[in-house]
Design a protein around this ligand. Structure first.
Ligand SMILES: Cc1cc2nc3c(=O)[nH]c(=O)nc-3n(C[C@H](O)[C@H](O)[C@H](O)COP(=O)(O)OP(=O)(O)OC[C@H]3O[C@@H](n4cnc5c(N)ncnc54)[C@H](O)[C@@H]3O)c2cc1C
Length: 390
């Protein structure tokens, strides 16, 4: 016998919990909802950052907001105040605790700690079934962030890039950071196997999170990330290892891929989050796109009784992402040059608007005319067939 729910959310990470939270804030709060995760214990292991105009999602628990963004290139380092898009940091532990508390305070939303072993379509095609080692659960719709969608084979991905990073949260023995400015990208020109940069989120004058981040297809040895961070702390802030205490480590790998958009895992089982292809291929940013997906799902359920399916990007932005992926994958030095021109020649607000895919075609042309065009001509030609497949 199946235990029945109105909706099942398989996976309680950023996507699953954002969806549960969105449902709790909507008229769907009167539905019976099951959230399943193998290990839903809140962890301080991710710092989700995003830029946003207006009130950001989860505004009550945002850990830090920055109104100045700094970029470092080999020639210069510049800080720019942002007017429209502020940069926000949200800690995974705060987010998880907040949503899990809301779920446990609600009598129709249930959290189940168990492994999902399979997700199958119901023979009636009017429902889907979630399997755990000892039980089965059924709902008209399941939203899943656990499994890779079938059909998404490696062969489908021509530019299998990753954003990989390792960072230290640390406290220095003196005031070295400018707490008002986050360092979005401080490029490392000495790295040639991809594009690499330092990312610094200062919490205050003495503490912050510093990550060495690389766009490439090959992960580095742990010692390499560590050496790069230690060197940066020394060169930029004059800090020796004795001058700071590492309080936490954060590491991750985020796919940056030209993958096709596959909305359904199986009939009535929708892919959400990273598994749903929500990561923006050219940047690795996912969190805000998850919030957009959640809004579409909830609006659709409320107005049409079915979750709304919409690709995370419009076609022209998919094309830009594909061209940049091509350049990053085949000519990382040229990609680095594009980044330098992009940041040197445009206001950060305009860049954020473009990367958020809120820009007009005229805005896009302005951005594109500010960077070297030759690599793009090559990329347009080389990836023309691939674009038709996506
Ligand atoms: C360290 C790190 C930092 C990041 N920082 C940013 C950032 O600053 N900005 C940004 O936009 N994006 C960022 N990302 C990318 C992206 O936002 C995150 O990866 C985000 O967590 C993706 O959400 P998700 O729900 O798709 O996956 P997850 O958060 O990984 O959630 C998946 C959930 O499914 C559960 N699960 C998996 N398999 C099973 C199973 N078989 N049974 C039961 N449960 C299962 C897992 O336990 C997990 O809780 C970051 C990623 C990482 C790894």
């Amino acid at each position: 016998m199946y235990q029945e729910y109105d909706y099942i959310i398989a996976g309680a990470g950023a996507a699953g919990l954002s969806l549960a939270w969105g449902m709790l804030q909507s008229p769907l709060a009167d539905k019976n909802v099951l959230v399943v995760d193998a290990d839903p214990t809140p962890r301080h292991d991710k710092t989700w950052c995003f830029w946003h105009a207006g009130t950001p999602p989860f505004s009550d628990i945002i850990h830090k907001r920055w109104s100045t963004v700094e970029i470092g290139t080999p020639e210069e380092r510049f800080s720019q105040p942002v007017d429209e898009y502020h940069y926000y940091g949200l800690r995974s532990i705060d987010f998880q605790q907040n949503v899990l508390q809301a779920i446990s305070a609600h009598d129709r939303f249930h959290l189940l700690e168990n492994a999902v072993t399979d997700l199958t379509a119901h023979p009636s095609e009017q429902a889907a079934i979630l399997h755990t080692p000892d039980h089965t659960y059924q709902a008209p719709y399941i939203f899943q962030s656990c499994f890779r969608p079938p059909g998404l084979e490696e062969a489908d991905i021509r530019y299998p890039l990753k954003q990989h990073f390792m960072g230290w949260e640390l406290t220095a023995n003196r005031e070295v950071f400018d707490a008002s400015a986050c360092v979005l990208m401080d490029f490392d020109e000495t790295f040639t196997d991809g594009v690499a940069f330092m990312y610094l989120l200062p919490w205050d004058d003495t503490s912050g999170l510093l990550e060495y981040t690389v766009f490439s297809d090959r992960l580095l040895r742990r010692e390499v990330y560590e050496e790069k961070i230690a060197l940066y702390l020394h060169n930029r802030f004059g800090l020796q290892p004795i001058d700071y205490q590492i309080t936490r480590e954060e590491r991750g790998v985020i796919p940056m891929q030209d993958r096709p958009f596959i909305p359904w895992y199986k009939p009535r089982i929708m892919n959400i989050g990273t598994r749903g292809g929500l990561t923006k291929p050219s940047t690795g940013y996912t969190f805000i796109r998850i919030q957009d997906q959640v809004r579409g799902i909830i609006d659709g359920l409320l107005s049409e009784g079915a979750p709304r399916v919409s690709p995370p990007s419009k076609r022209r932005f998919r094309a830009y992402d594909l061209w940049l992926l091509h350049i990053l994958y085949t000519e990382p030095r040229e990609a680095l040059d594009i980044f330098f021109h992009l940041f040197r020649n445009n206001a950060i607000d305009d860049i954020f608007r473009f990367l958020n895919e809120d820009s007009t075609l005229i805005d896009d042309l302005k951005i594109m005319s500010s960077v070297p065009y030759r690599p793009f001509l090559k990329a347009i030609w080389k990836s023309r067939r691939r674009l038709r497949e996506l």
